[in-house]
Design a protein around this ligand. Structure first.
Ligand code: UDP
Length: 240
C-alpha cells in the first residue's frame, strides 16, 4: 500500500450516474463497495462530496440569483449527498461520520478537525459535507483544504475520464494523456483538474493529486497501491 491516509473527492455527478439530475442509488452502492474494500485494507479514508448533481451556485447566479445565497444552497445540497453516501457505507458495515461545515446538529456532527482525525484513527470513514462553509468556494478547494488539515498524503480526484489530457480527447483524437504533471503546468495551462484555488493550495502544501476514472472497477484500490491509474499532479511532466 502506497497511501495510508487519503482524501477522496467525489463530485456530485459521480453519484448521479447516467441520470440528468440527483442520485442513482445503484451507482452510490457501487462506489460504497469500492470504498469499503480500501477501508478494510486499513486505509484511513476521508471524503469530500460535491453537489453539482443537485445544485450549482455559479449556474443559479448566472440565472439571476444572488451568488452567495446560491452558493449556500449548493453547500446544503452536498449534505444530501454526504448522507446518502453515509447510508450506503453503513448498509455494508462500514462505520462513518458525516461532519458539516454549516452546523446541522440534528443530522451530522459539526466540522471539528481534531475529532475528524480521531474518527480516522478509529477506522471510521469521515465524510465532509457543506463544502468549506464559505460561498465563492468549491468542493475541490474544500478537498485541498481538508486534505491539508487532516494531513492526508494524497487527494484522489475521482472523475469520469481516465486522467488529464493536453486537449479535449472528445474533440481531438490526437489528444495526449499525461502520466504526471506539475502544479505549475496545470496552473499556467489552465488544465481542468481542479479549480485554480484548489491547485494552489495543494501546491503550497505539497499534496499530490491523483486524477482517475471512478467508473472503472478496482481503480481506487489500484491507486492506493500506487499503480498508475490516471494522471498524478505534483511531480514532473510526462505524457503517456
Ligand atoms: N459551494 C460553496 N462553497 C464551498 C463548496 C461548495 O459555495 O466551499 C457551493 C457552490 O455553489 C457549488 C456547490 O456548492 O457550486 C456544489 O459544489 P461543487 O460545484 O464544488 O460540486 P461538484 O462539482 O464537485 O459536484
Amino acid at each position: 500500500m502506497k497511501y495510508k491516509r487519503v482524501l477522496l473527492k467525489l463530485s456530485g455527478e459521480a453519484l448521479m450516474g447516467d441520470l440528468g439530475y440527483g442520485i442513482d442509488p445503484q451507482v452510490v452502492a457501487e462506489i460504497a463497495d469500492e470504498i469499503s474494500e480500501v477501508v478494510k485494507m486499513g486505509v484511513a479514508m476521508a471524503i469530500v462530496v460535491g453537489g453539482g448533481n443537485i445544485f450549482r451556485g455559479v449556474k443559479a447566479a448566472a440565472a439571476g440569483m444572488d451568488r452567495a445565497t446560491a452558493d449556500y444552497i449548493g453547500m446544503i445540497a452536498t449534505v444530501m449527498n454526504a448522507m446518502t453516501l453515509q447510508d450506503a457505507l453503513e448498509q455494508i458495515g462500514i462505520p462513518t461520520r458525516v461532519q458539516t461545515a454549516i452546523a446541522m446538529q440534528e443530522v451530522a456532527e459539526p466540522y471539528i478537525r481534531r475529532r475528524a482525525i480521531r474518527h480516522l484513527e478509529k477506522g471510521r470513514v469521515v465524510i465532509f459535507g457543506a463544502g468549506s462553509g464559505n460561498p465563492f468556494f468549491t468542493t475541490d478547494t474544500t478537498a485541498a483544504l481538508r486534505a491539508a488539515e487532516i494531513d492526508a498524503e494524497v487527494i484522489f480526484k475521482a472523475t469520469k475520464v481516465d486522467g488529464v489530457y493536453d486537449s479535449d480527447p472528445h474533440q481531438n483524437k490526437n489528444a495526449r494523456r499525461y502520466n504526471s504533471l506539475t502544479y505549475g503546468h496545470v496552473l499556467t495551462h489552465d488544465l481542468r483538474v481542479m479549480d485554480q484555488t484548489a491547485i494552489a493550495l495543494c501546491k503550497e502544501n505539497n499534496i499530490p493529486i491523483v486524477v482517475f476514472d471512478l467508473s472503472v472497477r478496482g481503480n481506487i484500490i489500484r491507486a492506493i497501491s500506487g499503480e498508475s491509474v490516471g494522471t498524478i499532479v505534483g511531480g514532473f511532466c510526462e505524457v503517456n
